[in-house]
Design a protein. Structure first.
Length: 533
């Protein structure tokens, strides 16, 4: 069935055009990858589907019989709810029917007439149970618990879980719902290869429709049978896998450029004819007839200009290095910023690490990796003084300015412009800040006047990290910076961190980002924090 239909949909974000005249259908069993650079309108497209925004023109028609669920990184859940109960939420109806079936089965007697009524009731329940996937839900749920290492977390409250474990629960509630269409916005945070493969297989084998936003190309290649590409101010649907999409898009772009070239040639000829017509009007006696012809030619010029395809700016995926002075702190501090001496961190039901020693100097570049629940987030809180250790000593240099950049980017005032934000944050001159913005956003001048709420997730993260670098920060502690980033954003962040002369502690699961930076990597494993071999 058709779940959603876009009819001549156009959408702008204030003065910024996102897409024009979009026509497409989303159908049952579509496995869609929604792709495009940061800032092209992927999140807005999802909001149109979820009825959180309205198109400027056209219609988004949603099948009233269809149900749609959307997973994002920060969905709200009752913090005090038991994990097992949360994992059972999507199966509430199935579990209820199963209990009813067991009750009916226990009521059979020697009375044939009563048994016939019970048998009819049992048969109806069994049909509904099967239609809801009742015979497979136990396997599906138990497999998820095993793959995502949640077996020993079932009796815990949601608030007691690590950041990654919380995301797994949010994902399970959406994935196992009875929705016809499931939207996943960057679902791979905190995922390793095994978890990524499980999700890919689940999407491929599901009879539900999926729309997935992800910058992990290998992941979307593994399941997608349809691509929605946001580029050149439109959304184009390609009914094929990712590899064939790349071929078809290359052909499409070549044809569009050829048509534009032909149109430009026609426009040039028509413009010359219009110029000649102006001269002719001045000389001839029948000026009215010539003016009529001139207006027709001008209308033709206008029509041709409207037909030209507007191409969005091309990212070269090359980071233009900022002036070196942007990354140099003028402040002198001692060599040591943080020292952990024989620290241990234990909870009543779990030991995270014992006898750990770690020394962060003013030029240290450190990446922390480890399985979810190993204590990465706790370590960051210890390093920022937000959490105490069980045993051992923690030295934090009081002269050092430490900035903690969390995974979720939050600005106090998103209504101010980027330039005003940077000036207020750093105290730097207009010229310096404008040069910084050009470096940060690929020399696109419109970013100087943009307000923060107009930025995509990846663009906001670039701004947050850059602002802290320019604020004479001595140590940047960054938690999972690349969740919403395209390759240009990821490359920009990697180069900034490598050029920055201060210290950096980075937590990430992003293997692509790890390849772009040359940091010393520490692995939290077996209750130890040690250099990764």
């Amino acid at each position: 069935m058709d779940i959603i239909e876009f009819k001549n949909v156009s959408k702008a974000f204030f003065t910024q055009n996102l897409y024009k005249n979009v026509n497409l259908n989303i159908n049952s069993n579509d496995k869609i990858a929604l792709i495009g650079n940061n800032g092209v309108g992927k999140s807005t497209f999802i909001k149109l589907i979820m009825d959180e925004q309205l198109p400027d023109s056209g219609r988004v028609i949603i099948n009233e019989d269809a149900t749609i669920s959307c997973f994002d990184q920060f969905g709200r859940i009752d913090l005090n709810e038991n994990v097992e109960n949360l994992l059972n939420l999507p199966f509430e109806r199935v579990i209820s029917i199963q209990k009813d079936m067991e009750l009916v089965a226990s009521q059979f007697t020697d009375n044939t007439e009563e048994n016939e009524i019970l048998l009819k009731r049992y048969s109806d329940l069994s049909d509904e149970f099967e239609s809801l996937g009742g015979y497979s839900y136990i396997h599906t749920q138990s497999e998820f618990i095993e793959v995502f290492n949640l077996s020993d977390k079932l009796n815990k409250k949601f608030k007691e879980l690590s950041g990654g474990e919380k995301q797994y629960i949010r994902l399970a509630i959406i994935l196992f719902s009875q929705s016809d269409l499931i939207i996943l916005d960057e679902p791979l945070s905190f995922f390793d290869k095994k978890k990524t493969m499980w999700l890919s297989n689940y999407i491929s084998e599901s009879d539900k429709a999926f729309i997935v936003i992800s910058h992990n190309v290998d992941f979307i290649k593994s399941f997608s049978n349809k691509i929605l590409d946001i580029d050149n101010y439109t959304v184009t649907a390609y009914d094929c896998n990712y590899n064939n999409f790349l071929k078809e898009k290359k052909i499409k772009l070549a044809e569009e450029k050829r048509l534009n070239q032909a149109t430009n040639t026609t426009v040039e000829k028509t413009s010359k004819a219009v110029d000649k017509k102006y001269i002719l009007i001045e000389r001839c006696e029948n000026k009215h007839a010539q003016a009529v012809i001139l207006r027709r030619m001008q209308r033709e010029l206008y029509r041709l200009d409207k037909e030209k395809i507007e191409f969005s700016p091309e990212y070269k995926y090359e980071y233009a290095p900022a002036p070196k002075e942007m990354f140099i702190s003028t402040k002198e501090i001692d060599s040591e910023i943080i020292t952990l001496s024989d620290i241990s961190k234990e909870y009543p039901d779990k030991v995270l690490y014992k006898n750990v020693n770690l020394n962060i100097l003013k030029d240290s570049k450190v990446c922390i990796v480890g399985e979810n629940g190993s204590g990465k987030s706790t370590l960051l809180k210890i390093l920022t003084g937000q959490e105490s250790v069980t045993t051992g000593d923690v030295f934090i240099n009081k002269k050092a300015k430490i900035s903690f950049i969390e995974q979720e980017t939050v600005f106090e005032n998103e209504k101010i412009s980027i330039i005003d934000y940077l000036k207020g944050k750093t105290g730097l001159s207009d010229d310096f800040v404008e040069a910084a913005i050009d470096t940060l956003y690929n020399n696109e001048p419109e970013f100087r006047d943009k307000r923060i709420f107009m930025l995509s997730g990846g663009e906001k993260k670039r701004l947050e990290i850059f602002a802290n670098i320019l604020s004479e920060t001595d140590l940047l502690i960054i938690d999972e910076p690349s969740t919403y980033m395209d390759d240009y954003s990821r490359t920009t962040i990697a180069n900034m961190l490598m050029e920055y002369e201060g210290a950096v502690i980075l937590v990430t699961h992003d293997k692509v980002l790890l390849k772009k930076i040359n940091f010393e990597t520490y692995d939290i494993r077996d209750k130890k924090i040690r250099p990764k071999e």
